[in-house]
Design a protein around this ligand. Sequence first.
Ligand code: HEM
Ligand code: FES
Length: 355
Amino acid sequence: MSVSYQAVGWNRTKKLYDAILVAGLLVYLGLFVGFGSVVHPNATAETLLIRGLGTAALLLLHIILCIGPLCRLDRRFLPLLYNRRHLGVTMFVLALAHGTFSIVQFHALGNVNPLLSLFVSNTRYTSLPDFPFQALGFLALLILFLMAATSHDFWLHNLTAPVWKRLHMMVYAAYGLLVAHVTLGALQSETSPLLAGLLCVGLTVVTALHIVSAIAERNRDVARCPEADGYVAVGEVGQIPEKRACVVSCGGERVAIFRYDGKISAISNVCQHQNGPLGEGKIVDGCITCPWHGYQYLPDSGASPPPFTEKVPTYRTLVVGTQVYVHPSPLPPGTRVEPSPIVAESKVVNHAQRV
Ligand code: HEM
Ligand code: FES
């Protein structure tokens, strides 16, 4: 990390982002309860609030799931990615309120512990139309809790970025459980066909965006045919501004290729701090500086300058004339690779360490 490390505070953009989020949610809940009381005059305010909170949480979850693939398809969505954690925690709070109110409303009046009642009041686990769908919502809520509780930097640092990332991939399991929770719940009640239709649209959009962005990324990979020794051509030297990087998808991973002082070096695009996009940072005082919170890495070794200990994987590079090549196999974090000098001649000028 950087000597001048400074956590990103509540800057103006973040405050604006959160203000829009809270205002949007309040408007949504107000409209939901207002229209709901007209369309369903017999529904109680508690029921409308439970439904409003549940649908708001699910809507936010769809937005969260779409942000990743949208950013891979178009960089203009990146500001949303930077603030995605706030969306995630807000979504969990809404889901928790929905789940808690539901348990109070449907399970707190008997003589069985409400949490136990959630699982034993309906045990028709083998029936599709009567399936105890609330248990699925509870399991999803547990996953969302794990994610919200570990979203703080403390956990990212202690669990390490790969474990943290794997844990947060469980969001897809939570999403699957919630699709089942709502679908099976709707089978048991008079829930409007509008909800079922919107859920179908949401599922289709989330799935389609993931498939399209994966295909686009793979096509970019394929376009770069492996050449000498398995190196992959990734673009022209002139496409990389001085002290900046271009980011390519290589062997399924994002690699940041930096140009500086007449040389080329490549490291993983993923910052060890919070998975920030290193390729969007620049070289400051000889170090690649993460645009999110300023962690720094030496371009040739991917290691943070002493006394810091963070390390990211490095990649071997080649410059042939004006063409830049990267070897798609990452080297262990912190492995030094000789930078490739940029020269005008169109012959192989470097070599990086060939392993
Ligand atoms: C302890 C966990 C949960 C319980 C006990 C629970 C309970 C319920 C109940 C009883 C309903 C039917 C409400 C009605 O039709 O009046 C419902 C519907 C719903 N739940 Fe949950 N739920 C839980 C978790 C979640 C989570 C985590 C989400 C989303 C993030 C969620 C989203 C929804 C949605 C979108 C509906 C449909 C709303 C509607 O009928 O209009 N639920 N849930
Ligand atoms: S410094 Fe925080 S993500 Fe890179």
